[in-house]
Design a protein around this ligand. Structure first.
Ligand SMILES: Nc1ncnc2c1ncn2[C@@H]1O[C@H](COP(=O)(O)OP(=O)(O)O)[C@@H](O)[C@H]1O
Ligand SMILES: CC(=O)N[C@@H](CCC(=O)OP(=O)(O)O)C(=O)O
Length: 281
């Protein structure tokens, strides 16, 4: 037996209490568009999700896909602007957003998980009325704010060991289709499920302060201060708002972490040091 074997055994024995702690736990994972950089990165992510599910965790994947939407809008010659990290979405844009997220990106993730031996099913917020929305702000057009989440379908899929993969598209009360920020959708679904963890995977190693250091334990006051100073900006605004909203809604903890780092989710759940910035009640 070589030293590698002992290193692996040591790692596994340290992970045991965490494996027990998360047995049966609902973990909502938001996979951001920037964290889906290649087929290889997707395969690594999918492998971690399947492993989690095999050790008893009940994962729910809620994805974004901003860069993929941008690429398609560019090809179609449609311009797009953002206000506080949310895409101003007119009728033409929401059609493209739904096609890209529910079609291309959702099925990319579903296929990757299934190729790793899992059983994933792709949905959007329209399926079984999972996520009903009202308009978020008149200035933003068809951007939706989830006002009613019906998580029954998620529970049913989990009871059959199926991993739900959710595109952040919401149904309106008057037949509209709404574009929901991926973080917002993940937070609303995590709160409705009273999830044990909400993992917000992105392309930075956590929330940074003014000196560029990652803040490992974040509080609501610290977030408010960093935001007032403009240190938290762009896409990090909806992400931190989501984390706080999820915690107020009954999620046990939210973590903002680098989805491109190897085994990011496993390290967060199953090691002492965790990963990224954690926000607790
Ligand atoms: N204080 C901060 N700490 C870390 N990242 C920040 C901060 N403020 C703004 N950002 C930006 O937020 C981005 C993550 O948000 P976003 O681009 O929407 O990611 P995703 O597509 O993964 O959801 C980072 O790449 C970074 O440029
Ligand atoms: C309202 C709004 O901004 N919706 C997002 C939905 C996709 C998303 O959230 O993608 P990321 O997670 O990759 O940023 C958008 O149109 O880009």
């Amino acid at each position: 037996m070589n030293s590698d074997w002992f290193a692996t055994a040591r790692t596994l024995s340290k992970a045991l209490p965490y494996l027990q702690r998360y047995d049966g736990a609902i973990v909502v994972i938001k996979l951001g568009g920037h964290a889906m950089s290649s087929d290889e990165a997707m395969a690594d992510f999918a492998r971690d999700v399947v492993l989690m599910s095999q050790v008893g965790v009940r994962p729910v994947i809620v994805h974004g896909g901003g860069p993929m939407i941008n690429a398609m809008l560019d090809r179609l010659g449609v311009e797009s602007t953002f206000v506080d990290g949310k895409r101003v979405t007119d009728a033409k844009t929401v059609e493209v957003v739904e096609m890209v997220l529910s079609g291309r990106v959702n099925k990319w993730i579903v296929q990757a998980i299934n190729e790793q031996g899992g059983q994933a099913v792709g949905l959007s917020g329209k399926d079984a009325n999972l996520m009903i929305c009202d308009p978020s702000h008149p200035e933003l057009g068809f951007v939706g704010e989830p006002t009613e989440v019906n998580p029954n379908l998620i529970h049913q899929l989990h009871s059959s060991d199926i991993i739900p993969v959710v595109a952040p598209i919401g149904a309106g009360r008057n037949g509209e289709t709404f574009n929901v920020n991926g973080d917002t959708a993940a937070g609303a679904i995590a709160a409705a499920l009273k999830a044990d963890r909400l993992l917000l995977l992105t392309d930075v190693d956590g929330v940074r302060d003014a000196s560029g250091q990652v803040v490992t334990e974040l509080t609501a006051d610290h977030i408010a201060k960093l935001r007032a100073e403009g240190v938290i900006a762009g896409g990090m605004i909806p992400k931190t708002e989501t984390a706080l909203g999820a915690i107020h809604g009954g999620v046990r903890a939210a973590v903002i972490l680098d989805g491109r780092a190897p085994n990011a989710c496993l390290l967060e759940l199953f090691t002492d040091h965790g990963a990224g910035s954690i926000i607790r009640p």
